[in-house]
Design a protein around this ligand. Structure first.
Ligand code: PBG
Length: 334
């Protein structure tokens, strides 16, 4: 038998050969994080003259229109393709009317940013009313205080239309109401917005990791309430696949899993089951945990950010919403 034939004895396997130098590791990388994978969530607040810091979300700002436009131009330079807008209105009311007012803060911001950057940035509008309601829920309430699903999705349709008119490329319903995607699709189509896409927050869990976000948008849920009646239970994964299947059948162009890092199994299952773009949202609490540990010197901020974002991509996310987007895009360039 020749020395090269297969005789059942293997050469000693050495996994380390391909890890020896930085360039070998680069060549072998199965997953590479790019600026083009990232979407920056941004907050724009009505009635302020200077951007405001958010205590529980370090380095993230409540923008003025002016500073938001500046941020948008910076993303274009950095090669980050998209931003997702959240509004903080100066007045809240039971119906969240600032969300569907054509002159509401997000609509004004969409027009200004579009004016400034044209099509060099994809503009995604979060579509929900919790930032705009005085009770802090994502839907309208009945007299007995229940979230009224069907009345809410009618309002969502109106919001989608004003956002599309103001220049949103994509609307992103985050309220987890049943039937919201089809209500929004038919409202958009009825008003001629056939080109406006829908990114459905399809598998959105009721999560403690949204804490800092609620500071960012000044939301307190009335009477110590929570969102477990409409957002998903973190014990479940098969249910997430049903949610995603429903949203796709209702017309979602893309779907989202949220939060990201504690839900990598969900991202992976959604990716392997469906054939639409899958986004994942590294939410405020995921970001702030890294910030807080880094501020204490307990871990390195940038490496932890890149590792978590790469893990989210490795699990199957095609796009990642992250408060690190600009910072990490800059780092990836250098
Ligand atoms: C609801 C909404 C929330 C987030 C995005 N959209 C909060 C919630 O559901 O309570 C959270 C995002 C984050 O934590 O970064 N409109």
């Amino acid at each position: 038998m020749s020395a090269h034939s297969f005789d059942g004895s293997y050469p000693q396997l050495r996994m380390r050969r391909l890890r020896r130098t930085p360039m070998l590791r680069r060549l072998m990388a199965e997953t590479t994080l790019n600026a083009s994978d990232l979407i920056l969530p941004v907050f724009v607040r009505e009635g302020i003259d200077v951007p405001q810091q958010i205590l529980s979300l370090p380095r993230v700002l409540q923008h003025t229109i002016g500073s938001l436009v500046q941020q948008a131009r910076e993303l274009v330079v950095l090669g980050v393709p998209a931003m997702m807008l959240f509004g903080v209105p100066s007045q809240k009311d039971p119906r969240g009317s600032g969300a569907y007012d054509p002159d509401g803060i997000v609509q004004v911001a969409l027009r200004e940013v579009r004016n400034a950057v044209g099509d060099d940035l994809v503009l995604i509008a979060d579509l929900c009313i919790d930032e705009y309601t005085d009770h802090g829920h994502c839907g309208l309430l009945t007299e007995s205080g229940e979230v009224d699903n069907d009345a809410t999705i009618e309002i969502y349709g109106q919001i989608a239309c004003v956002q599309a008119e103001a220049g949103a490329d994509i609307v992103a319903p985050s309220g987890m109401m049943d039937g919201q995607v089809s209500a929004i699709r038919s409202a958009l189509d009825k008003n001629g917005h056939h080109e406006t896409a829908i990114l459905a927050y399809a598998a959105k869990y009721a999560s403690s990791f949204y804490g800092p976000f609620r500071d960012a948008v000044d939301v307190t849920i009335a009477d110590g309430g929570d969102r477990r009646g409409y957002q998903q239970d973190f014990s479940n994964s098969r249910e997430a696949l049903r949610e995603v299947a429903l949203d796709i059948s209702e017309g979602a162009d893309m779907v989202m899993v949220k939060p990201a890092l504690p839900y990598l199994d969900i991202i992976s299952k959604v990716r392997s089951t469906f054939n639409v773009p899958v986004a994942a949202y590294q939410v405020s609490g995921e970001y702030s945990m890294i910030c807080a540990a880094a501020e204490n010197g307990w871990l390195d901020r940038e490496s932890a950010a890149i590792e978590t974002l790469t893990a989210i991509k490795r699990a199957g996310a095609d796009q990642i919403l992250t408060y690190f987007a600009a910072e990490i895009a800059l780092r990836l360039r250098s």
